[in-house]
Write a protein that binds this ligand. Structure first.
Ligand SMILES: [Zn+2]
Length: 179
């Protein structure tokens, strides 16, 4: 009598649990019978939520693809995709990191710092450790490139003015054309 009561109870728990599924987008527990279910085993709170998520993903997809492909190239064949995608999602949500920024950070670690990326724990520890420095590096690099361009520009300008002698009118004319 006691035993059958336990069994009955387990059956009831089982039955209750099977009526609930997790929404693929917001991870809320939802009633299976009322959930939006476009494909087998894919449940969503509503069709609207499903449609909205598909629209939102499109503009980011190129940078995201590049980033995931780059991480896959570090890993080789044995990358755990769900694990990595979850890490990237967490970094975007928690630190507001951009896909492009994370890609540049990993490239900075490999190509500038020449550090080997230890992939045993995924990539989030590497990205959080180097993101700020990578950003600084790229900004500084861009400023330097700009300075080099400016330097060449001024250099040429002074060569011209020297060659043209001390003709003030001509010097002014060249300057005006440059701006
Ligand atoms: Zn949902």
């Amino acid at each position: 009598m006691c035993r059958s009561g336990v069994i009955n109870f387990n059956w009831i728990v089982c039955d209750i649990m099977s009526n609930f599924v997790k929404c693929r987008i917001c991870h809320k527990k939802i009633d299976k019978s009322t959930a939006y279910n476009p494909k087998p085993r894919m449940y969503y709170c509503s069709k609207d939520e499903y449609d909205a998520s598909r629209v939102k993903k499109t503009p980011q997809s190129d940078d995201n693809k590049q980033l995931v492909a780059y991480i896959a190239s570090i890993y080789g064949a044995d990358m755990n995709y769900p694990f990595i995608l979850n890490q990237l999602k967490y970094l975007r949500k928690t630190y507001n990191y951009k896909n492009k920024g994370m890609l540049l950070t990993l490239q900075y670690v490999q190509n500038v710092k020449h550090e080997k990326i230890d992939t045993r724990y995924g990539v989030s520890h590497v990205i959080t450790r180097f993101y700020i420095n990578a950003k600084k590096y790229y900004i500084k690099n861009m400023e330097q490139k700009k300075k080099i361009l400016e330097f060449n520009f001024k250099d040429e300008c002074s060569t011209i003015t020297v060659n043209q002698g001390s003709n003030k009118k001509l010097k002014n004319k060249i300057k005006a054309e440059e701006f």
